[in-house]
Design a protein around this ligand. Sequence first.
Ligand SMILES: [Zn+2]
Length: 163
Amino acid sequence: MRYFPAYCRECRRSYLVRVELPLTSSQAESACPRCRAEGLLIPSAYYVESDRAQFEAAEAAIHEADLNRLQVTDLLAQLEQLAGQPEIRPGELAAVLSRFPRLSGLESLLPSGVSELRRFLGMIFTVLTPLSCASSFGSGSGLRPAIVKAGPGLALEENRKIG
Ligand SMILES: [Zn+2]
């Protein structure tokens, strides 16, 4: 059984949807389990049954942290740097998360194994990305499309300004 993450722009939450491959158009949209609005699948690695609890806990922790868009962009840029390394050492991800005190709930979920850490990092990316560019997933909330096109480059710019 495979699960893809989906994002609901109404309640700004991510959730996992069970899918069969190859995807069909009827699977591209799915009702949000929280508000029943139409959610969109997020391009991502797929997850399996044993990932679900961890994904949902990570999503809830990120939602509860209620980071603003600048914080999300800053965090994504720092995580991108980490993900680009050939190896993530235990403690490095925790060090990044600890710079965001509201994410203490996420920090407490960190797995200890190195390969599990990378998988967990992927989950965090999946949940954070739509929050950083929500307009690209929505029907247009009036935000400039340039933000979406700029992609990771913009994230690094913002990070530099903050640092
Ligand atoms: Zn919803």
